[in-house]
Design a protein around this ligand. Structure first.
Ligand SMILES: [Zn+2]
Length: 412
């Protein structure tokens, strides 16, 4: 039981140790990340340029996406067009065939009609002959028979003559019936042809209707294709314009930054550096120069490169004068620190911060909040370590009126 308890104590201690290590390792990283995320240019003109450039980049991305989509749509419409074109070509061929068939049927009909007409003429001629023969035999009447009778050498000869006459008339009648039958057959086959032709005409009409529908569909797709292409071209134009505008804005920003750099570089504006903390933070815990102090139970003597001003973690730290941020980063001694070049050989350094609010290369005005104080690096408690140098040589910030400051309290 006792053994088990001691294991639990050991495990808890190990866990606490891991959590502590993790927080020590993790917290500077999270601070660094925050510093990066919150570092924004302080110059409003630079900011407005950067916002404009960002917007133009965003626009370009959107246009590129729209162009991509338009191209995909156009390709799809193109495929539809090709498909419809093929269908129309096929149906046109069918229409051509159907037309040819109808022409053939027409020719066949004309032929049939001619045959019928010929048959009719033949029939009519035979009818006329028959009628003429009948008329002759009746008109001549008994005279004819009498003549035939008298001219016949015998009764049997007379009867033979009558029989021959009758046979001729019967033959005429038979022939006419035959002709009539043939004509009826022809008419029947003509009617059948007419029906086939009518069916083919119906097929043709339906094909033409389909062709019309397909052509309408094609016109619709063509319009969609044209609209999409037009849209694509417009977006391409807008993309080109946005690119141009971005290039222009970038050039203008570069020129403005150069102008700013010229304005700020090499010229220290003069006058005292301003107090880098709120005026209420006025407690000096370590002066500039040689000092002996106790840290973590050890007595240390060193040359203090600046002054320490006590302040709670998170207190805003302000640029003591305008200048260019030369360094905004980490150093094992300084922790998170900022070094500003003010021109004319002057630099100021702000150490042990908990959070950095500016980035390297950025221009800051006097009084710009550059960081938040803390106790990072070689520090025994939250304070701001301030250094001022001229041409690389450290200056005592509290001598010669170099730093304007509130009434100070000394704890050292
Ligand atoms: Zn210090």
């Amino acid at each position: 039981m006792k053994k088990r308890k001691s294991i639990i104590v050991k495990l808890t201690a190990a866990l606490v140790f891991i959590v502590c290590i993790f927080s020590i390792v993790a917290s500077p990283m999270s601070i660094a990340y925050k510093a990066q995320a919150s570092s924004k240019p302080t110059d409003s003109k630079v900011q407005s340029y950067e916002e404009r450039i960002a917007q133009l980049k965003k626009d370009q991305k959107a246009y590129e996406q729209q162009i991509k989509e338009a191209k995909a749509s156009a390709a799809s419409y193109q495929k539809q067009k090709e498909y419809l074109d093929k269908q129309i070509a096929a149906i046109s061929e069918e229409i051509q065939l159907s037309n040819d068939l109808i022409i053939e049927y027409n020719n066949a009909l004309i032929e049939k009609e001619n045959e019928i007409a010929n048959k009719q003429t033949e029939y009519d001629t035979r009818m006329q002959n028959f009628k003429a023969r009948l008329r002759t035999s009746y008109e001549e009447g008994s005279m004819g028979y009498l003549t035939m009778l008298f001219s016949s050498k015998s009764l049997s000869g007379f009867l033979t003559s009558i029989e021959r006459m009758t046979n001729m008339l019967n033959y005429d009648k038979r022939m006419m019936k035959e002709l009539n039958d043939q004509k009826a057959d022809l008419t029947e086959s003509k009617d059948a042809l007419e029906k086939i032709k009518a069916d083919q005409q119906a097929v043709l009409a339906s094909l033409q209707e389909s062709e019309k529908t397909l052509e309408e569909k094609l016109a619709e797709v063509q319009k969609l294709y044209d609209d999409t292409k037009k849209n694509q071209q417009e977006r391409e134009k807008m993309l080109a314009e946005a690119k141009k505008a971005e290039e222009k804005a970038t050039k203008e920003l570069d020129a403005y930054l150069e102008e700013l750099a010229k304005k700020h570089s090499g010229v220290y504006e003069g006058g005292a550096f301003s107090w880098p903390l709120p005026k209420s933070e006025n407690k000096i815990t370590s002066k500039y120069g040689w000092r002996t102090y106790n840290i973590w139970g050890t007595t240390v003597t060193d040359y203090h490169r600046g002054i320490d001003i006590s302040c709670v973690t998170g207190t805003p730290v302000y640029a003591a004068a305008s200048g260019k941020v030369e360094i905004s980063g980490w150093n094992d001694s300084y922790g998170y620190y900022v070094l500003i070049n003010h021109g004319s050989g002057y630099t100021t350094l702000y150490a042990h911060n908990s959070q950095l609010l500016v980035k390297q290369g950025q221009w800051v005005d006097r009084g710009t909040m550059i960081s938040k104080s803390g106790s990072t690096g070689n520090s025994s408690g939250p304070h701001l370590h301030l250094e001022i140098s001229l041409n690389g040589k450290l200056l005592n910030p509290l001598e010669g009126g170099i730093l304007s400051h509130p009434a100070l309290k000394y704890y050292c």
